[in-house]
Unconditional design. Sequence first.
Length: 263
Amino acid sequence: MKKLKYMVTAVVSVFLLSAGIHSELRAENKGQVNKGEQIYNTRCMVCHGKKGDGEGPAGVLKKEEAGGRVLEIRPRDFTLGLYRFRTTATGCLPTDEDLTTTIYNGIPRSFMPPLKEMHFDDKVAVMEYIKTFSSRFKDDPPCNPIAIKKPNWVGSEASVNKGKVIYKDMKCWECHGDTGKGDGSKSNEIKDDWGFQILPFNFQTGELKKGSSPENIYMTFTSGLDGTGMPSYEDTLKEDDRWHLVSYTLKLMGKLDKGKKVH
């Protein structure tokens, strides 16, 4: 009986200790969320809205790109838990690092500024608050990041030529056009998951929103851009073929012109 009493006491002690730790963690997370809400309301709410639905006072912003196309820039609606810029497979949530990286770097070609001067703890707090807008962060299991290892032949003439064939066979031209100007035959038919028209990227106008390194372009082809018409090719193209498509994309962007290096 005495032995049983000690065992019960030990189990109860471990339970209470565990409960105390989890309570402390919940309190810490709640503190982060409250801090993140304050920062969000000051720096993010004007575009993304009080409810995180993208309906902030700034409204829809317009941007004219080289070539004359006018793009409508809509702030991200966080409530559906759909994110374009991830290192995870299509349909997955972004990792915490994905979210903090976007906060740190901003999004080129949009009105999302980089917040590099913000203290790291503040970025984490904002990230934790943003996650409260969608129940997916509570309900969906996390996904592992996609591994990337760039072959040394990326950007070579042989790879570019293979990528050009893949670009045609996968009908990328239907959206992005034969020369990558975003003027394909279906370029005016694309809508995002919110029902708004979106224009395919014009590769001849500058940096991609996710970044224009070979690794970033490969990630886009592998993960897709959830919520848009840009699919994932992870299941439809072999890894090498995705890298060949990267090579051809770099060519369309003018990044393989004489004197330029592939980074």
